[in-house]
Design a protein around this ligand. Sequence first.
Ligand SMILES: [Zn+2]
Length: 79
Amino acid sequence: MKKAELINLVGQSFGRLKVIELIQLPSKHFKYKLKCQCKCGTIKYYHASDLDRTRSCGCLRKEKWRKSYYAWIKDQERL
Ligand SMILES: [Zn+2]
């Protein structure tokens, strides 16, 4: 991705993540990273390609897991 395209991502949201800044890296392979803030408050850095499949800092997965766990507990109580 070109820098201009990456700059366009700033301000956009991907699931719970919002791109807040474009960071330039000294590396040759990945020149830029996107600084993102999750709705839970966590700041993480992603490559633009990661954002295609990333929807949260990881808290979303944790929450889903917790929900299914409590659903399972409820099922046990019903028995
Ligand atoms: Zn999060």
